[in-house]
Design a protein around this ligand. Structure first.
Ligand code: THU
Length: 139
């Protein structure tokens, strides 16, 4: 769903994503992305995409943010903000949806375009019928 603007309560997440995006390493795609995850206790972890001359070795901003958060001991996430330079808000890629659902099946996701227009989705909406840790039960 496209909103007029990101709710102002989430401005710190937007700032963190934009700060990370400024550090993106995207010399091949020229598509810098920033992402910021908010934990259930209000902490923020940010990431940017990190590309590589061996293209498949590159990583998306969302998974960099997630890895940083996990490495810090965070496990519960409520919200994600993604920023890019695309005219339309950029949704998370399929691999990132899968990485996120492991920890936050009820995640609220916002993507913000340069003109401030934002889109909002739930992760459940973007990844229906997910493969989760429960899917591995009884093996
Ligand atoms: N990218 C992200 O960082 N997040 C997404 O959800 C979409 C794609 C990056 C990967 C690559 O570095 C560049 O954007 C172009 O695909």
């Amino acid at each position: 769903m496209v909103l007029d603007h990101l709710p102002s309560a989430h401005a710190p997440l937007f700032s963190a994503a934009e700060t990370a995006r400024a550090h993106a390493w995207a010399p091949y795609s020229h598509f810098p992305v920033g992402a910021a995850l908010e934990t259930d206790d209000g902490r923020i972890f940010a990431g940017c995409n990190v590309e590589n001359a061996s293209y498949p070795a590159g990583t998306c901003a969302e998974r960099v943010a997630l890895g940083t958060a996990i490495a810090t001991g965070a496990r519960q996430f409520v919200r994600l903000v993604i920023t890019s330079q695309q005219q339309d808000p950029t949704p998370p890629c399929g691999i990132c949806r899968q990485a996120l659902v492991e920890f936050a099946p009820a995640l609220e996701i916002f993507a913000v375009a340069p003109d401030g227009r934002a889109a909002r989705w739930s992760l459940a909406e973007l990844l229906p019928a997910p493969f989760t840790p429960a899917s591995l039960e009884n093996v």
